[in-house]
Design a binder for this molecule. Sequence first.
Ligand SMILES: CC(C)(COP(=O)(O)OP(=O)(O)OC[C@H]1O[C@@H](n2cnc3c(N)ncnc32)[C@H](O)[C@@H]1OP(=O)(O)O)[C@@H](O)C(=O)NCCC(=O)NCCS
Length: 158
Amino acid sequence: MHQSVKLRKFYPNDLQTVMQINRICLPENYTDMFFMDLYRRFPETYIVAEEEGKITGYIMCRIEVGLSNFGFSGLIRKGHVVSIAVLPQGRRKGVAKALMEWAMKGMLHYNAKQCYLEVRATNHAGVSLYKKLGFEISRTSHGYYSDGEDAYIMSKKL
Ligand SMILES: CC(C)(COP(=O)(O)OP(=O)(O)OC[C@H]1O[C@@H](n2cnc3c(N)ncnc32)[C@H](O)[C@@H]1OP(=O)(O)O)[C@@H](O)C(=O)NCCC(=O)NCCS
């Protein structure tokens, strides 16, 4: 990651900036209560990137109990990347990769064994990023998004 960028945990004061980055970068937007609920429950996996004192990106996640994405039987704890985005002017500096790496370390704090996420099948930047981090496509969820687009469910063991 570029030296000008620093990562730190999200604080409640960051809420409006993070919600604005979410609206600029993604069609999936959420209420302030949704953002704050994830912060209260999983602060270790809620990270922001700052460049020259301004937030340029964020990641927020949830820890869930569910079936393994790798075919083991039984229930396990999984880290779910709910949302990640970097402002256009902050991209291709390794920020998203670093945010993912921090969040995946944070998932270990909650004893998660795997990490997974949904990504639009046409989101070349996203799919490339996750492949670079060692994620595999577990399956396709047809019509997952509200506009009918398919999602890849991508997973990685922690
Ligand atoms: C996807 C996104 C988060 C990537 O953020 P970023 O900070 O630019 O990503 P990084 O700089 O950490 O990229 C790491 C690697 O991912 C891949 N990658 C990232 N953006 C890419 C692009 N536009 N095209 C191809 N590969 C890309 C590359 O392998 C890159 O490594 P490299 O720059 O050394 O080639 C950003 O483009 C974004 O916010 N997009 C809109 C929101 C979004 O799609 N979020 C993900 C939803 S699942």
